[in-house]
Design a protein around this ligand. Structure first.
Ligand code: NDP
Length: 317
């Protein structure tokens, strides 16, 4: 598939019955001329995640022939209802793909010692290849100390300092699942990253920062924005690839998006009426962007699929 600009120009040209000029020297002027009514192509995370899960299933079958069954252990502490739903979804996805899963549940009054002891036992268990600590942990617990207790080779969330450090050095084995899922979506769209400007809104250690590093590895020019960023719109309007990982519904408006850009919405926000919304004003932005992920059905399913992929990778090493 061609680059984002090429595909956009081709679409523009075919709408107008003219042959496009694929001259990157004046591409910005041409892209800005894009009619605002043109709808973006939807990046279907649900379908792509199903393909990733199918490939995981094949790997599980291959490992079975070697007498290995990948095993995932999840630690769930406290009574956060959203965490309980995420863990249930992860366990279901494991079941579908043949990965064995076990959930270790603790009340909100759990001690850090109890969690550390459990992790030590799971680290030593040869039937457990991946350990996932569901965040957030109850407030009294030092989450970083707990994450650091997970053996790096079983850290399928990629949150251990050793795995984050490897990512910085460009030598990663286990990459955080949400950023990895975002990269897979961009790759699937056929969007060229080399030399393009990628803007990531959000600088958390689990999404924004690792994602910025992955984009950099693909030779994008990366800008990271956060709550103190001045003139956010000026920066986002320059983005060929724009990723929102903030947690604020409709933060990204149509006016913030460069026509033809690839817009990835990581945000998951529960609205007062109970529905889910991303960080991007989907209905407005889809008329400006070239590609866009929906919420739900975009990044969310990819996160779980990439978690399973990391688990079978850990079992294969
Ligand atoms: P964090 O709260 O850890 O980080 C949010 C980031 O957004 C921070 O860097 C913050 O800046 C920045 N921010 C806040 N307000 C603004 C603003 N007005 N303008 C620009 N930047 C702002 O969140 P996470 O990274 O953990 O998650 C982000 C979103 O992604 C959430 O909605 C979460 O639910 C969702 N999520 C979705 C996943 C999925 O699978 N789809 C997985 C993980 C998360 P500062 O650092 O200055 O405070």
């Amino acid at each position: 598939m061609g680059s984002l600009f090429e595909s956009l120009l081709l679409r523009l040209a075919s709408a107008e019955g003219v042959r496009p000029k694929l001259n990157t020297g004046n591409r910005v002027a041409q892209v800005v001329d894009c009619p605002p009514s043109m709808a973006a192509r939807i990046l279907d995370g649900k379908a792509l995640a199903a393909a990733v899960r199918a490939s995981v299933k094949e790997t599980v079958a291959r490992l079975a022939a070697r007498g290995v069954r990948p095993g995932l252990a999840v630690i769930l502490a406290g009574d956060n209802p959203a965490s309980a739903v995420y863990v249930r979804n992860k366990a279901r996805a494991c079941e579908e793909t043949g990965v064995r899963s076990e959930v270790h549940r603790y009340g909100a009054d759990v001690t850090e010692r109890a969690l550390l002891d459990r992790i030590a036992a799971l680290n030593a268990d040869p039937g457990v290849h991946g350990i996932l600590v569901q965040l957030p942990l109850p407030g009294r617990i030092n989450a970083r100390r707990v994450l650091e207790a997970v053996a790096p080779a079983k850290d399928i969330d990629g949150f251990h300092f050793e795995n984050l450090g490897a990512l910085v050095a460009g030598q990663s084995k286990l990459v955080p699942c949400t950023p990895a899922g975002v990269m897979r979506l961009i790759e699937h769209a056929g969007v060229t990253l080399a030399g393009r400007h990628a803007v990531v809104i959000g600088r958390s250690s689990i999404v924004g920062k690792p994602l910025a590093l992955l984009l950099l590895q693909k030779d994008a020019t990366v800008t990271i924005c956060h709550s103190k960023t001045m003139e956010l719109q000026k920066l986002t309007r320059e983005a060929d690839v724009l990723v929102a990982a903030v947690g604020r519904p409709k933060l990204v408006t149509a006016a913030m998006v460069k026509p033809g850009a690839c817009v990835i919405d990581v945000g998951i926000n529960r609205l007062p009426d109970g529905t889910l919304a991303g960080d991007v004003d989907f209905d407005a932005v889809k008329n400006v962007a070239g590609w866009i992920t929906p919420v739900p059905g975009g990044v969310g399913p990819m996160t779980i699929a990439l978690l399973l992929e990391n688990c079978v990778r850990a079992a294969s090493i």
